[in-house]
Design a protein around this ligand. Structure first.
Ligand SMILES: Cc1cc2nc3c(=O)[nH]c(=O)nc-3n(C[C@H](O)[C@H](O)[C@H](O)COP(=O)(O)OP(=O)(O)OC[C@H]3O[C@@H](n4cnc5c(N)ncnc54)[C@H](O)[C@@H]3O)c2cc1C
Length: 493
């Protein structure tokens, strides 16, 4: 008999699992709290304009890329733009432009780090080599931790074919990024450390001193391997995955937060209660990042998560004149705050991430004379939970002011602002149920020694999304969804 599967949360990980399982003939029901699909890779509408809820840049969509393979297998066809100059990183000591072409990138490294450029280029060559090795392993579809033979994917073949890569991966498995810097005598070279920290805090949620080297190599080289955008943002991919589930006979119920999850050991089924659906299911996949009782999620095991503070705005399209000549929209700035911005440094952590996008109406239609601007910073959740109502309002106002000042040093946005609205971790909690976003920091423990897999300790219960191997980000969340679907197909067919 067809197995019924309930997916809690229509984040990109849950939707990927759902699309594979619906295609494989399972009876899939997705229950989503919000009014749109996608979670942190979705969209929302304000003032008749479309804003991304989080993710803006997709990775792995190059030919033979990991996400490309997933969308091809699911027969999703979406045009993408490949960005040749996706971002400028603004450091206290200067600017580093991220270029896709190797030649421009090496030129940039020489310009940005003139006093140590030889060592920096050697460091980058080694980092690129390790990134290739890790991507080779990722392409082999290995899912950690390994519990069954099929979790290995084609890893044994890859290792036999590439013995040098196998040796390097074993050797560097427990290294941090700082260890590799040390090997190149760069561990006290501040300009490079500022640059790496800015990129790492956004991608792996921690800095050079703690970030596990192997996944960090991918995170640091991936912008140049291929940064892609969809015409109407990352939500377009989430929507396409959701449509696939429906096309294969499944259902996606919005505005239907799950409230209760109970296992009946006699019937061997899960009872799920949500606003629009209360039913028994053979199998549950939790993509919400929310706990519904012991062992139902990884978020209650005490690991630290960051929150995000957001500022979404519409600015006049005059801003385009201020952007680099060789860039196109969307274009991002990653700004490392100057140490004089004490309020910003008190309430925020890491770089200020600003993206300028083509402005879109609520149905994705282009809006002339406007550009959408989204800004996000990492922030400590405990701050926002402790504020009284008045303190919260004041903290939001102050942080918005500090963030705009910081951005203004790089690009004059203030006089071009037409509309803006700020959101804190509590806003995320209100709309997508969780205040901590971006998964767990990819330390050596979280990434290598004790990765969290898609199987939970509960019967017929799986977990997917940014808290699960291989880690944070849309590409990794999609992969965890694929691994959960593969596991379920192997175990229950
Ligand atoms: C500001 C920001 C910028 C980012 N930028 C990028 C980027 O450019 N590129 C990139 O690759 N990644 C980026 N990321 C990270 C990426 O967006 C996430 O890692 C990824 O989208 C998480 O996917 P997920 O599968 O874990 O699901 P989530 O996005 O966490 O979705 C979980 C879903 O569960 C739902 N839910 C919660 N509670 C319930 C309940 N009780 N019942 C039913 N449903 C529930 C939520 O509403 C939500 O839809 C960014 C993240 C943020 C916050």
């Amino acid at each position: 008999m067809t197995k019924s599967i309930c997916i809690i949360g229509a984040g990109i990980g849950g939707l990927t699992a759902g699309a594979y399982l619906a295609k494989a003939g399972y009876d899939v029901t997705v229950l989503e709290k919000a009014t749109t699909v996608g979670g942190s890779a979705g969209w929302y509408i304000r003032k008749g304009r479309m804003f991304p809820t989080g993710a803006t840049i997709a990775f792995g969509l190059e030919e033979n890329g990991v996400l490309r393979k997933i969308v091809n297998e699911l027969q999703i066809e979406l045009p993408v733009n490949d960005m040749l100059h996706p971002m400028d990183v603004i450091l206290p000591s200067g600017k580093v432009s991220i270029y896709k072409s190797k030649e421009s990138w090496e030129k940039e490294l020489k310009l940005a780090f003139p006093d140590r450029s030889g060592d920096v280029i050697k460091f980058w060559d080694e980092l690129n080599q390790l990134s290739q090795d890790v991507l080779g392993v990722t392409e082999s579809e290995v899912s950690l931790p390994i519990r069954r033979l099929y979790d290995l994917g084609t890893l044994p073949k890859f290792l036999v074919k590439h013995p040098d890569a196998a040796l390097r991966l074993a050797r560097f498995a427990r290294w941090t990024v700082r260890d590799l810097l040390k090997r190149h005598n760069l561990d006290s070279y501040e300009p490079l450390i500022h640059f790496l920290d800015a990129q790492l805090i956004d991608a792996v949620q921690t800095d050079v001193s703690e970030a596990a080297l192997l996944p960090s190599c991918v995170a640091l080289s991936i912008y140049r391997k291929g940064s892609f955008t969809f015409e109407n943002g990352m939500g377009q991919l989430s929507k396409a995955l959701s449509d696939k589930i429906v096309e294969h006979g499944g259902r996606v119920l919005l505005k239907s937060p799950v409230q209760k999850v109970n296992y009946d050991p006699i019937q061997k089924k899960w009872g799920i209660e949500s606003k629009k659906c209360s039913s028994l299911f053979d199998i549950v996949i939790n993509n919400s990042g929310i706990s519904f009782g012991p062992k139902t999620s990884y978020t209650d095991d005490g690991e630290f998560s960051w929150g995000a503070f957001r500022l979404d705005a519409i600015v006049s399209d005059e801003i385009k004149k201020e952007l680099p000549k060789d860039s196109s929209l969307p274009f991002a700035y990653q700004i490392v705050p100057s140490s004089s911005q004490s309020t910003l440094l008190n309430r925020a952590h890491g770089p200020v991430y600003v993206t300028f996008h083509n402005a879109k109406g609520k149905n994705g239609e282009p809006i002339n004379n406007e550009v959408a601007m989204t800004i996000s910073v990492h922030t400590d959740l405990s701050l926002w939970n402790a504020y009284s109502k008045e303190e919260y309002k004041l903290a939001k106002e102050q942080l918005v002011g500090e963030i705009l000042n910081e951005v203004e040093h790089v690009i004059p946005v203030k006089e071009k602002l037409k509309y803006f609205e700020a959101g804190s971790p509590l806003t995320y909690e209100k709309f997508i149920g969780k205040s901590g976003v971006g998964g767990f920091p990819l330390t050596v423990k979280n990434a290598i020694r004790k990765p969290r897999g898609v199987r939970s300790k509960l019967p017929q219960f799986y977990i997917v999304g940014e808290h699960v191997f291989p880690g944070p980000g849309t590409l990794s969340s999609c992969l965890s969804g694929y691994y959960a679907a593969r596991t379920i197909v192997k175990e229950y067919s």
